[in-house]
Unconditional design. Structure first.
Length: 191
C-alpha cells in the first residue's frame, strides 16, 4: 500500500526527474541502449503517476469537504445503492472507503484523473496532453509487450524523446502544483 502521508509530492516528483536525468547522462552502447531508454521512459511515467496520486490523495483525505465533494462527483460512488438502515455505517466508514478507492485507481488513466482533479479540486489540466497520452501508451507497450506495439512493431526511443517527455510531464506537474500553492492557507506569524 502507498504511503498516504507524503505531503511533499511535488518535491518528490522533481527528485525523481533529477534521478532520471542523471541516468540519462550515462552512455551505453550497442544492445543496452534501447532497453535502458525504455526503462527510463517507464520510470518517467511512473513518476507522473505517483505525483498525481500523492497530490490528490493527500489533499482530499485531509479535508472532509473534499472527501464529500469527491464522493458526490465520482461516477463510481454515484452508482452505489444501499438501504436506509446502512446510512450511518456508510458515513462511519466513508473515509476508509474513499482512501481504498483512491489507492486502487490506475493513475495513468489521465482522462479519468483529469475529471477527478477538476470535479473535486477545481484544477483543470492544460488543454493539450496528446504527447502524455501517447507516452502512456508507449509505457504500456514497453511494460506489457516488451517494447513492441500490438502489431509487433519495435518501439524505438531516443534520449531527445526522454528529455521531451520529462519536460512535458514536468509542465503538467508544475501546473497542478501551482494551483495547490495558490490555495495554501496563509499562516499569520504570532507576535
Amino acid at each position: 500500500m502507498r504511503n498516504v502521508g507524503n505531503t511533499d509530492f511535488h518535491k518528490a516528483f522533481l527528485n525523481s526527474l533529477e534521478v532520471i536525468k542523471s541516468l540519462l547522462d550515462i552512455e551505453l552502447e550497442g544492445d543496452l541502449e534501447l532497453p535502458f531508454l525504455r526503462l527510463l521512459h517507464v520510470n518517467a511515467i511512473t513518476a507522473l503517476e505517483t505525483f498525481l496520486s500523492d497530490a490528490f490523495i493527500n489533499t482530499v483525505i485531509r479535508d472532509r469537504s473534499l472527501v464529500r465533494k469527491f464522493v458526490e462527483t465520482n461516477p463510481d460512488f454515484k452508482k452505489q445503492k444501499f438501504s436506509l438502515n446502512e446510512v450511518f455505517e456508510k458515513i462511519d466508514h466513508i473515509d476508509n472507503e474513499v482512501k481504498q478507492y483512491l489507492l486502487e485507481i490506475m493513475w495513468h488513466n489521465i482522462e479519468k484523473v483529469r475529471k477527478m482533479y477538476l470535479n473535486t479540486l477545481a484544477i483543470d489540466f492544460p488543454g493539450d496532453l496528446r504527447d502524455i497520452f501517447r507516452a502512456i501508451v508507449v509505457r504500456h507497450d514497453i511494460v506489457h509487450r516488451n517494447g513492441k506495439t500490438k502489431t509487433g512493431e519495435v518501439i524505438y526511443l531516443t534520449r531527445e524523446h526522454l528529455q521531451s517527455l520529462m519536460g512535458g510531464i514536468r509542465a503538467l506537474a508544475d501546473h497542478i502544483d501551482s494551483h495547490f500553492k495558490l490555495n495554501e492557507p496563509i499562516i499569520e506569524p504570532e507576535f
